[in-house]
Write a protein that binds this ligand. Structure first.
Ligand code: SAM
Ligand code: SF4
Length: 373
């Protein structure tokens, strides 16, 4: 459901459309919600389009793409990010999509953002297709670091999962990102039962060998096909179990600071030498959004490619910021709108209820690629 807030907002008047309750006066500045969480991390989607068709995200035929007119322009993105940083205490930006690399003005957007915010960490999540040709330009433009999604190191399995034969392109992209200095390079992997779950250890061994930080993400009910089931998803507990055949995972005791991944120090398992022996080979993470949710410490706010504010991936409400911006709203009005939208962020997504794939969980209409993961 999209809710047009409208500008100006007159007290008690919403033009017949629902509006979020205005934050009480006296609440400190920034993006605070009713449960005391402060959003400091902005996930901004640059496009809904993508050149892969990952089965857990998009249907085989793709989706109806947004028109160019509907997408935020580079200038609008710079304005929105500027408000978030200067008025709302955003301290970290992640560019995502859809696939951000398919946006022709991506490098220009990064350069413009960097010019405005010399010290802001700006990262990007990408599927890596075409990254080999853009990695250096992105680094030179001011991108801080990168996450590349890669679920399989086997061509057939990669194609089964993404419906495209592009494994070599992705591998070239990951390598180029490292060479360009976009590290630490993080690799995102979603495990699917009976498809790539046997690759858990292989993916980790590969990542450790190359110095990448692997993060397994639990499959979430955010696929456009609505094919997700709790029974089929691979849980964080299963991932730990799968990895423990070859590795010893020791929880990293450093403060998570709102990070979604639980991190582990990784050692090679050597049955003969005992559990505690051996050097730490690197770190890995598991993002257990479904079975071990971290909503209580969530620090994220989201903007979709067409300028809708979302307080959570699973929000069933969203608030238009682009419409008011295009209608001439000033920074103060847009700031208030954003604060009001975040104030009503739900306490939790509710996915950790056991009957998730039955009656008590309604999958949101939007799929992951149309929000920005
Ligand atoms: N196209 C880019 C990519 O794939 O990295 C950026 C957008 S994609 C939506 C961001 C991340 O969301 C990827 O790491 C992808 O694996 C993950 N993702 C997509 N659908 C998901 C789902 N249903 N459950 C868990 N993660 C998902
Ligand atoms: Fe595209 Fe990323 Fe979705 Fe895969 S996960 S279909 S690469 S947006």
């Amino acid at each position: 459901m999209t809710i047009q807030l409208g500008i100006p907002r007159l007290p008690g008047s919403s033009g017949g459309l629902p509006v979020p309750p205005t934050r009480p006066s006296g609440v400190p500045a920034g993006l605070l919600d009713r449960f005391g969480r402060q959003a400091t991390d902005l996930r901004l989607s640059l496009t809904d389009k993508c050149n892969l068709r990952c089965t857990y995200c998009m249907p085989a035929q793709g989706l109806e793409w947004l028109s160019k007119q509907a997408l935020m322009t580079a200038d609008e993105i710079v304005r929105v990010v500027g408000i978030s940083v200067t008025k709302l205490a955003i301290r970290e930006l992640r560019l995502t999509g859809g696939e951000p690399l398919v946006r022709p003005d991506l490098v220009d957007i990064v350069r413009a953002l960097r010019r405005q915010h010399p010290d802001l960490p700006i990262s990007m999540t990408t599927n890596g297709v075409g990254l080999d040709k853009k990695a250096q330009a992105l680094k030179d433009a001011g991108l801080t670091r990168i996450n590349v999604s890669l679920d399989s190191l086997h061509e057939e399995t990669f194609e089964l999962l993404t419906r495209r034969p592009f494994l070599n392109k992705v591998l070239a992209g990951v390598e180029a990102a490292r060479t360009a200095g976009l590290g630490p390079v993080k690799i995102n992997a979603v495990l699917m039962r009976g498809i790539n779950d046997a690759e858990a250890s292989g993916l980790l061994a590969w990542a450790l060998k190359h110095g990448y930080e692997l993060r397994f993400i639990e499959q979430m009910p955010l696929d456009a096909d609505h094919g997700w089931t709790r029974r089929d998803m691979i849980t964080a507990a299963e991932i730990r179990e799968l990895l423990s055949e070859d590795f010893i995972l020791t929880p990293d005791r450093r403060e998570r600071a709102g990070a979604p991944a639980e991190r582990f120090q990784v050692r090679k398992r050597n049955a003969a030498a005992g559990e505690s022996s051996g050097a730490v080979l690197g770190t890995a993470g598991i993002i257990a959004s479904v079975t071990e949710p971290f909503c209580g410490d969530c620090r994220r706010t989201r903007i979709t490619a067409e300028g809708k504010l979302m307080s959570c991936l699973f929000s069933r409400e969203e608030f238009d910021i682009l419409g008011p911006l295009r209608s001439g709203a000033d920074d103060e009005e847009l700031t208030r709108l954003w604060q009001d939208a975040m104030w009503i962020k739900p306490r939790a997504h509710g996915m950790d209820h056991s009957g998730l794939d039955s009656a008590d969980f309604i999958q949101p209409d939007r799929s992951m690629s149309t929000i920005g993961g």
